[in-house]
Design a protein around this ligand. Structure first.
Ligand SMILES: [Zn+2]
Length: 89
């Protein structure tokens, strides 16, 4: 019983963490690839150029209209092409 409740809580907290992580990485001056980037940008110039236009476009969405999902998709893509190392949470 206790385990089931803990799992449900983790799911809720998990999406909150993801949103915070997206914001922290957005403001950071280091790109997930390890390169340097300007603050208030999702990724460094090289990573941005590596993204397909559809994924890049998603990064200009606001946090309430799908930015976190777009950011996750873009980061997953960068992991898939080997620019970003997958981080175990
Ligand atoms: Zn980068």
């Amino acid at each position: 019983m206790r385990t089931a409740r803990a799992t449900a809580n983790t799911t809720l907290v998990g999406s909150e963490i993801e949103r915070n992580l997206a914001l922290i990485e957005y403001e950071a001056k280091t790109c997930p690839c390890g390169g340097s980037k300007q603050g208030y940008q999702s990724f460094c110039t090289r990573c941005c150029h590596a993204l397909p236009p559809a994924l890049r476009a998603g990064l200009s969405l606001s946090i309430k209209s799908g930015y976190v999902e777009a950011w996750k998709a873009a980061k997953a893509y960068l992991v898939r092409i080997g620019r970003v190392k997958e981080v175990a949470c």
